[in-house]
Design a protein around this ligand. Structure first.
Ligand code: SF4
Length: 332
């Protein structure tokens, strides 16, 4: 059976782009592969960007990311869900891989180049980021990695590191492959400027745990088809982000009604947005109630993370023993 690994950044509350792009996919893969699917809140990765990982907030964000994923339907009893810093083997394997990876290859990574450009003095952790990512995946001999297409280069490097290790020390690791969530749609930002992204700030995002009132305020102000100036002007739903959101949240009848109503000026944009809000509420309200229940029971969340770390370590321990043996470390 394939083994799935995915890392989740503890960077603030997830938005609907994360939810439809990744989180729902985790739930589906979790149902398919059970304890062979590992999900890890990557707090070690988070500190590669010291400016964005305030130590007063990191623990809370890690906790919140667990809450959000559990509320979205990921059952920690059925999958392995844990925080990266609770499994120190990630760092140990990362060091072994660091010693095999040429600096030049890391400097060529597009994400590194983009991020490094923002620093006067670049933290070396930023350079090592993809090596730690390779360790995350290979520590479990995972062969299936659900990722966004911005991670293609990092997965290719992981495969290269696996090949290099196997060449130096003997066949050990599989070459994992990236799987892209084909069903995921590109979710536009609610401000109308490109893809929904946390880096563009809250004005661009709709958080899955954001109060419904606040979501409505954003939808109300969201741009629509710019050609549709008056209520009597027919519109084109294909150029409207509200219609993109309908495709995520509304049932087929509503989508068809909006599609026809927009093109014939049979429905106004405010009513269209109200219909969308009905779908958003039906979708997110139960999720938010589950999140509230989880927050009210922090011991449950902590126990789930503790259990997840134990399960992850149980898989990692023999693989790490194999690595230590092959690398030649003295066994006592
Ligand atoms: S009716 Fe709906 S889909 Fe059409 S332009 Fe207005 S908000 Fe967009």
């Amino acid at each position: 059976m394939p083994r799935v690994f995915s890392g989740i950044q503890p960077t603030g509350a997830p938005h609907i782009g994360n939810y439809f792009g990744a989180m729902q996919n985790y739930v589906t893969l979790g149902e398919q592969f059970g304890k062979n699917s590992l999900y890890c809140v990557v707090d070690l990765h988070a500190i590669t960007n010291p400016a964005a990982s305030d130590p007063r907030e990191l623990a809370g964000r890690t906790f919140d990311m667990a809450v959000a994923n559990f509320a979205a339907g990921l059952d920690p009893a059925k999958v392995v869900f844990f925080a990266q810093s609770h499994v120190p083997e990630h760092q140990e394997l990362s060091w072994v891989f660091t010693c095999l990876t040429p600096v030049g290859e890391l400097e060529r990574m597009t994400q590194y180049k983009d991020k490094a450009a923002q620093y006067e003095s670049v933290p070396s952790g930023l350079l090592m980021y993809p090596v730690l990512m390779a360790a995350d995946i290979l520590l479990y001999k995972a062969d299936t990695v659900p990722v966004g297409d911005d991670q293609t280069q990092h997965i290719e490097l992981t495969r290269e590191i696996a090949r290099k290790f196997n060449h130096h020390y003997g066949e050990t690791f599989p070459e994992p492959k990236a799987v892209y969530n084909q069903g995921a749609v590109r979710v536009p930002g609610v401000d109308g400027h490109g893809k929904m992204s946390k880096s563009k700030g809250e004005a661009s995002t709709i958080g899955i745990l954001e109060p419904l009132d606040s979501i409505w305020q954003k939808l109300r102000a969201a741009p629509t088809d710019p050609q549709r100036v008056r209520r009597t002007d027919p519109g084109n739903p294909e150029v409207c982000l509200i219609f993109d959101y309908h495709k995520l949240f509304s049932d087929l009848d509503t989508i068809q009604l909006v599609d026809v109503g927009c093109r014939t000026a049979g429905i106004g944009c405010v009513d269209c947005k109200k219909k969308l809000m009905e779908g958003v509420t039906a979708h997110l309200e139960p999720l938010q109630e589950r999140a509230e229940g989880l927050r009210a029971d922090p011991d449950y969340v902590r126990d789930a993370l503790r259990q997840g770390a134990q399960e992850a370590r149980a898989i990692a321990a023999p693989i790490m023993d194999e690595v230590r043996h092959k690398v030649g470390f003295l066994k006592l």
